[in-house]
Design a protein around this ligand. Structure first.
Ligand code: SF4
Length: 384
């Protein structure tokens, strides 16, 4: 399979709503359960170990027209919350047995309650991630929270989940995350051979298929990428930050590069990549996952770690990538991203690293204004 064919395969898979993907998988796995995972980070291993299929439920992008969801939310709420709910009203989550939310922001918290109230037959769970990961109690607390969630999943699937099941699932997801780290490392070295949109499609596909079939697809993509050739152009090398939950339209990602940038790193779909290293499998698995959340997580606007400020994480990312600038890409009305922008801006200005803010919405069709803004930014850097 060529690299281009693999990317198209990912695009086709992502065009199917999660409910349809779940229904197809369940037809092939009688008695199986499928669980939707709202961004950002979900302990997928728990769902996988229970024999269920975790799928990303991350809004409807440009494919869904709001007809009911608007009446359940205020107008100043991010798009992903509304389109996710709308997918439910339109029956496009119908193959899913449940949806998992967690404590990333007030909107996600409210969405979980609204989903529970509007879809009483759906298994809706809300995971409380620790708000102070520097606390001594954070790991004990999170391990207990994972145990509570696992018990709920065991109730749903109707059988117990052993430590061996969990260890196998950790290994499977270590493998997937390791492949994604390789994909990102490749792009950081050769951004002219892997575009931002291609990388996003390959990464997003992780949320649309079982890990057992995603891994080989990504392995094939990495092999095919190795044979790609191209010439490096004179462009501004940037890091994209702020799009960790609602995902930007592909058209916007294409415009960023067409306007003269190479993207060396980003936080798109960060929850499906999350750990900076493999989660160990030589101890108690839930404990290992909780410790990894504390000690091996990517910095993120939805995770608070007083031991290492997020702005320091961004500066390190910029330096590691050898980037010239940062494109800050928050979803409209995304409070965690917009609050953190203040911290990021302060740090970037202090270090003399240029940045540009480009707000986006899932449902965005024209990008000409954005193109002009980015082109002006690029010219100001290239011809300074
Ligand atoms: S886009 Fe931002 S505000 Fe909306 S659900 Fe995600 S984290 Fe919360």
């Amino acid at each position: 399979m060529t690299f281009e064919a693999i990317v198209e395969e990912c695009r086709a898979r992502l065009a199917r709503p999660p409910g349809e993907v779940a229904a197809t998988w369940k037809a092939e796995h009688p008695g199986g359960r499928a669980i939707g995972c709202f961004p950002v980070y979900t302990p997928l291993e728990l769902i996988h170990a229970a024999g269920a299929l975790p799928l990303a439920v991350a809004g409807g992008g440009t494919t869904v027209e709001l007809t009911h969801a608007d009446s359940r939310f205020q107008s100043f709420v991010c798009s992903i919350a509304k389109t996710t709910l709308e997918l439910g009203f339109q029956g496009r989550l119908a193959g899913l047995d449940g949806v998992l939310f967690h404590s990333i922001c007030d909107v996600a918290r409210n969405l979980s309650s609204v989903m529970r109230r509007n879809f009483p037959d759906l298994f809706v769970e809300y995971l409380h991630l620790p708000q102070n990961t520097a606390s001594e109690a954070a790991v004990d607390y999170l391990e207990a929270e994972y145990r509570r969630l696992l018990a709920r999943l065991e109730g749903l699937v109707g059988h117990p989940v052993t430590d061996d099941d969990l260890a196998r699932s950790i290994l499977a997801h270590n493998w997937r995350r390791g492949l994604l780290r390789r994909l990102y490392a490749f792009r950081a070295q050769a951004p002219h051979l892997l575009s931002l949109a291609e990388c996003a499609l390959l990464t997003r596909a992780a949320g649309a298929m079982p890990v057992e079939s995603y891994g080989p697809l990504l392995e094939a993509a990495l092999v095919a990428l190795g044979a790609r050739e191209g010439r490096l152009k004179d462009r501004v090398r940037v890091v994209v930050e702020g799009a960790f939950c609602e995902q930007p339209p592909l058209g916007l990602l294409e415009v960023i590069e067409e306007a003269g940038c190479y993207v060396l790193d980003d936080d798109l779909m960060t929850g499906w990549r999350w750990f900076t290293e493999d989660v160990p499998v030589d101890g108690a698995p839930l404990r290992a996952l909780a410790e990894a959340y504390r000690d091996r997580s990517e910095y993120s606007s939805i995770r608070h770690d007083w031991r290492k400020p997020k702005a320091q994480g961004l500066l390190e990312k910029v330096r590691r990538a050898g980037a010239d600038a940062v494109l800050f890409l928050p979803a409209k009305f995304c409070e965690p991203a917009l609050f953190d922008y203040v911290l990021y801006r302060e740090a970037l200005e202090r270090e003399g690293i240029p940045h540009l803010v480009v707000e986006f919405e899932e449902k965005q069709w024209t990008f000409e204004r954005t193109r002009n803004e980015i082109e002006t930014f690029v010219e100001s850097l290239l011809f300074d």
